[in-house]
Design a binder for this molecule. Structure first.
Ligand code: HPA
Ligand code: ZN
Length: 349
């Protein structure tokens, strides 16, 4: 146990402490970090026609009512990504922003099927992203790993083919995930491809319980055998599930601004992050699709702590510490970051 005196940390110090503290980001879609300015730059570089005349017009179209209305625009934005260099530029732009937020470790989702469907070579996608990860480590001291996500609105056969096509670059990604339209596409639809990924020694995660019911969280755990749940906020509808998640210290990668933009919660003041922590869950704070939802990881921390008076220094520490407990980095690396986190909080008390 750490001996940090949380009550001695003045609440006015908290925003700066949240910004400065080392943190891991575990739920970020690289395609969701594609800012409108970069969409226009890449469209011009690649000769891709856009449906919007300006950055401002594109940004004005970011008015979402639910997950699907977001995904339609998100896939359209990704259509400018064609060359290996585009993927490198995309990830490099994210790493600059993340480093400014004191992210020391990031595990990044990418959606190869969004690109291979347009004729892009999966090798170009993975090589471009991997090169950006190497540069992030070398130039920013930011540790980064990739997680390949399957699009759940497509078939399991397509997911299996995507995994096989990615295997020449097996050493460049640490795990697989499951994203896109949740309702009507339960985790068990992907039982075989997750079993195959497990055989390959890949880490396993899945989006579940964002718009889908608690039963999807259960089948992600029991059928897919995931090691983290992405979102998972609807777990509170099943007290037995909450008890299980707490007992197993199963991480939930929560994305507050995303949840409000996609109307999972009507307002930030109604977000259940405090309840998740109070129930003893290993909840973390993440940005999901920062270019679309109004902010990067620190914006998510600040927005949640501004709107939710139940969140104080103790909860800030717990969320940050959880990010390392939940990460797939080595135990030694996590221990170093947790020691830095402890030092930051001790100095503020
Ligand atoms: N949910 C499902 N799929 C996604 C998301 C999300 O929040 N972001 C990008 N793809
Ligand atoms: Zn997501």
């Amino acid at each position: 146990m750490t001996a940090i005196d949380f009550d001695a940390i003045p609440s006015k110090r908290l925003p700066a402490l949240l910004r400065q503290a080392p943190k891991a980001e575990l739920h970020i879609h690289l395609e969701g970090s594609l800012e409108p300015e970069l969409i226009f730059k890449l469209a011009q570089r690649n000769g891709v026609a856009l449906a919007y005349p300006s950055v401002a017009a594109l940004r004005a179209a970011y008015a979402f009512t639910d997950l699907q209305s977001f995904l339609d625009i998100y896939y359209a934005g990704a259509s400018v990504l064609l060359q290996e260099q585009d993927f490198f530029d995309l990830a490099s732009a994210y790493f600059e922003r993340a480093a400014a937020d004191n992210v020391v470790h990031a595990e990044l989702f990418f959606d190869p099927q969004t690109h291979t469907a347009r004729g892009v070579d999966i090798g170009a996608v993975i090589r471009g992203l991997h090169r950006a990860c190497q540069r992030a480590q070398a130039e920013l001291g930011l540790s980064a790993s990739l997680i390949l996500c399957f699009l759940r609105h497509l078939s399991e056969e397509e997911a299996l083919a995507t995994l096989e096509a990615a295997l020449p670059w097996r050493r460049h990604f640490i795990g697989v995930g499951l994203d896109s339209s949740e309702r009507g596409h339960p985790p068990e639809k992907f039982a075989r491809v997750f079993a195959r990924a497990r055989e390959l020694g890949l880490k396993l995660v899945a989006h579940a319980g964002e718009e889908g019911p608690p039963a999807y969280i259960e089948s992600a755990l029991d059928v897919l055998k995931v090691q983290r749940i992405d979102h998972g906020v609807r777990c509170v509808e099943s007290p037995q599930l909450v008890e299980r998640l707490a007992a197993e210290r199963m991480p939930l990668t929560v994305c507050p601004l995303s949840n409000v933009k996609l109307r999972v919660f009507k307002s930030m003041a109604l977000h259940n992050l405090p309840a998740l922590l109070a129930a003893g869950l290993c909840a973390t704070v993440n940005s999901d699709d920062p270019a679309y939802f109004g902010g990067y990881i620190n914006d998510n921390f600040i927005a949640a702590f501004d709107a939710l008076p139940q969140l104080g220094a103790r909860e800030a520490y717990q969320l940050l510490r959880n990010s390392f407990e939940a990460s797939f980095a080595t135990a030694a690396a996590n221990a170093v970051w947790i020691a830095q986190l402890d030092a930051a909080f001790s100095a503020a008390a």
